[in-house]
Design a protein around this ligand. Structure first.
Ligand code: PCA
Length: 241
């Protein structure tokens, strides 16, 4: 297949490409989605792509407000939003946003909705309009661990993804979707014991990580694939469970 290195350059006369990342949450001091998005936007601009990076607060209400402002200000044609999925081992290209808010932890403003809709009047779900299979194939070709994902969860990322897809129907946005990234090398140690033996002590267990430079490159590849005017791959790549 044609790799991203030969992708047609994004026409700078076209609407810009918007990348969003999130601030840290859950008491962590770092969220790899934001440096990855910033670095990806820099690399895309170096290649002549008009790319903008915007940082979103990790709150149900604030994330969509800042997204709305960014959409109004930049009028992007392509939007790729990105968030952290700590514990995942691969870059996860999300396929579906569900109309559900069910938060296991409070967001950064203390909100913790349970079993609520993102939009009472909205459809049960939206599909990503990114070429998700082409993106996963291009990432694997670049030797970046990647997978298609059928669930972006029910926390702030899924909420933002759902709101983005809803807004994409009535705005300049032509192609949009969401990508979850694993922890990068700045992952905190997670509490808990490794192994079953009491004499193991409280040795912190490491999170699975992917280097931040690979996360940034993954977003560059996703953006270039999204900018190519070809349809998605017609190949099976679903999951069995
Ligand atoms: N990850 C969280 C919210 C912000 C982020 O980066 C999530 O997956 O919902």
């Amino acid at each position: 297949m044609t790799g991203p290195a030969t992708a047609a350059p994004h026409d700078p006369g076209l609407a810009p490409l918007l990348l969003t990342g999130f601030e840290p949450f859950a008491g962590d001091g770092h969220n790899p989605s934001w440096p990855a998005v910033q670095e990806a936007a820099r690399r895309l601009r170096d290649r002549g792509v008009d790319a903008v990076a915007v940082r979103l607060p990790c709150t149900f209400a604030g994330s969509t407000e800042v997204l709305e402002r960014a959409l109004a200000e930049h009028r992007p044609g392509i939007v790729i939003s990105c968030g952290l999925a700590g514990g995942r081992t691969r870059v996860a290209v999300e396929r579906v946003a569900v109309n559900l808010q069910d938060a296991r932890i409070p967001d950064n403003a203390g909100a913790q909705p349970a079993g609520r809709a993102v939009d009472d009047a909205g459809p049960a779900a939206y599909f990503s309009t990114l070429p998700v299979k082409r993106i996963v194939a291009a990432l694997r070709e670049a030797e970046i661990p990647a997978e298609l994902s059928l669930s972006a969860g029910s926390f702030v990322c899924n909420h933002l993804f759902y709101a983005l897809m809803a807004r994409a129907e009535t705005s300049s946005v032509r192609t949009a979707g969401f990508i979850h990234v694993p922890w990068d090398e700045s992952a905190p140690r997670r509490p808990g014991r490794v192994g079953a033996h009491a004499d193991d002590g409280d040795r912190p267990e490491p999170w699975p990580t992917v280097p931040g430079t690979q996360l940034a490159e993954a977003l560059v590849i996703a953006a270039l694939e999204a900018a190519r005017p070809t349809s998605d791959l017609d190949e099976p790549d679903g999951s069995l469970y």
